[in-house]
Design a protein around this ligand. Structure first.
Ligand code: G3H
Length: 525
């Protein structure tokens, strides 16, 4: 598709169905309009993209029933099927998904304002994630195709599904982050109810038919609407076994609180973060500045992994601040499909106002805006302000801004800085810039105990997706990566028998007959 096709919305997309029980069921109730904050006219006005169902509690509970029926108390075809069958369904899905790339990429740009290269990357990365998951699952299955023997007991140990998963994704990676939950949950034999985020919802429409035709009825269900109207009653039923959510801890806690049997609820959560960059006096400033630009401002800072505060050593702060502020002002703002665009419209209509409040608060408490364009506001954007010096009493220090504003705080004592990072509510990642190994070594040894990834002379990021992605404190529950996610959505379960001729004969017969999908040592090559 050429960029000019991307820049026009020629027809509205009305999502008139939802996916339940293997059918695209018509929705005749209330609808929600979906708007883009991108204007399609010279005079600014938001653009209507289409509509989605505004589902109600009764329909949500009906869909829950479908998901429970498909799991069928562990007796369902999906949780008891052979691994090879689930892989076949997933392969069918991903092949169909690939044919929808352009439509999804266009909607990613219009719905959440992600640049064309980043939208394409999100799509391709997700497809790769699915293939990698399939390969990893095959390996997991091969590793389980054996018996272990200990103390006269034979054991055939595998990983089994947990049950019914409620899956909620974020708006900033509506495809990748959501699928990084959905795909491992499904392939491990769970059944899933998935509700897209408020922004980034229509882009799933081109994939609904692929979901419908690839998986057995009720295995994957897609609902629309407000969290408190559809997700809360589902949780309240007590029939959800796993809450898989990428978002913020407030929504995660509110949903957990609805569940009547908390000990039965497994959590897989990716939550907020406030990843710091630490710039040591001997850091390569060209490198540190480039990495901090991408770390703070890729997708306008709307990434859980974004650098959300920069701690710069007093000795170099003047040089760093001057050069960094200049680089920020050189960034190009424009619509997502425009060439070389780095800053793009914010999908949340209230975000420019919110960021402005953070800037005003910081200025009132003594910070200055270091860059000329910082804080320039329009209908759908606010130019990133580089704020210095930031102090702990400022909102921009305390809150996860999730948008284009960059707080810089000076430091002298690394000990004090480590204490500050330890006191933070978050513990996802850190970026450490410097080269003197005598300084770096003890820092690394402490920082790895405060966060879950120390990025040496590079910005924070989730990828490559085969690496563990997790956090401490309010930043995550559970670990995600291609490999770890398969574990997060499953539990070890096994068949054990005393090692005697009677039992061993039965086991041999079971294996030879291939009657059991569990007690099975077939190899998937
Ligand atoms: O929003 C959080 C995402 O996991 C970030 O992923 O580091 O690849 O942009 P990323």
């Amino acid at each position: 598709m050429s960029n000019s096709n991307y820049s026009q919305i020629s027809e509205l997309l009305h999502q008139e169905t939802y996916l339940g029980n293997g059918e695209l069921k018509p929705w005749n109730g209330k609808k929600d309009e979906v708007y883009s904050t991108i204007s399609s006219t010279s005079e600014y006005s938001k653009t209507l993209l289409g509509t989605v169902p505004h589902m109600d509690e009764a329909t949500a509970l009906e869909v829950l029933e479908h998901a429970c029926k498909a799991f069928d108390k562990g007796k369902g075809t999906w949780p008891t099927s052979k691994v090879a069958f689930r892989i076949k369904c997933m392969e069918k899905f991903v092949e169909q998904m690939k044919t929808q790339r352009e439509k999804v990429v266009k909607l990613l740009m219009w719905e959440i304002g992600k640049s064309l290269p980043d939208s394409e990357k999100e799509f391709d990365r997700t497809v790769e994630y699915i293939y990698d998951t399939i390969e990893d699952y095959k390996q997991l299955d091969r590793d389980s195709a054996k018996f272990s023997k200990r103390d006269n007991v034979n054991a055939h140990i595998r990983r089994g599904p947990l049950g019914v998963v409620l899956c909620l994704g974020p708006y900033n990676y509506p495809l990748n982050e959501t699928f990084a939950l959905l795909i491992p949950a499904l392939i491990m034999g769970n059944t899933v109810i998935f509700k897209p985020a408020k922004h980034g919802v229509l882009l799933l429409s081109p994939l609904l038919e692929a979901f419908r035709s690839s998986f057995p009825a009720g295995v994957v269900n897609i609902i629309y609407g407000r969290g408190r109207e559809v997700a809360a009653p589902i949780m309240k039923s007590g029939r959800i076994d796993v809450l898989a959510l990428i978002g913020n801890s407030k929504s995660a806690i509110a949903l957990q609180d609805q569940h009547p049997y908390k000990n039965r609820l497994r959590l897989v959560l990716g939550l907020e973060a406030k990843n710091p960059a630490i710039i040591l006096p001997d850091a390569d400033l060209d490198l540190a500045i480039s990495e901090c630009i991408s770390g703070t401002l890729s997708f306008n800072g709307q990434r859980c992994t974004a650098l959300k505060i920069i701690h710069v050593h007093e000795d170099i702060r003047e040089e760093f601040n001057k050069r960094f502020a200049k680089r920020v002002d050189e960034l190009k703002f424009g619509n997502p499909w425009e060439e070389k665009v780095q800053l793009t419209p914010l999908p949340e209509p209230d975000k420019p106002q919110y960021i402005q409040e953070l800037i005003t608060d910081a200025k009132e408490k003594g910070a200055e805006i270091l860059n000329a364009k910082g804080g320039q506001i329009s209908e759908n954007y606010i130019f990133p302000a580089v704020l210095y010096p930031v102090t702990q009493d400022m909102r921009v220090y305390q809150e996860e801004q999730f948008g284009p504003v960059i707080p810089i705080k000076p430091f002298n004592s690394i000990e004090e800085l480590l204490d500050e990072i330890a006191d933070s509510n978050y513990g996802q990642q850190v970026s450490l810039f410097g080269k003197d190994i005598e300084q770096i070594a003890p820092l690394i040894d402490t920082l790895v105990n405060l966060v879950c990834r120390v990025n040496l002379n590079s910005s924070c990021q989730r990828g490559p997706d085969v690496f563990p992605f997790t956090g401490r404190k309010d930043s995550a529950v559970g670990t995600l990566s291609v490999h770890d996610a398969l574990r997060s959505f499953s539990i070890r379960t096994f068949v054990a028998s005393k090692d005697n001729p009677y039992n061993n004969n039965i086991l041999q017969e079971l294996l030879a007959s291939k009657e059991s999908n569990f007690v099975n040592t077939d190899y998937i090559l």
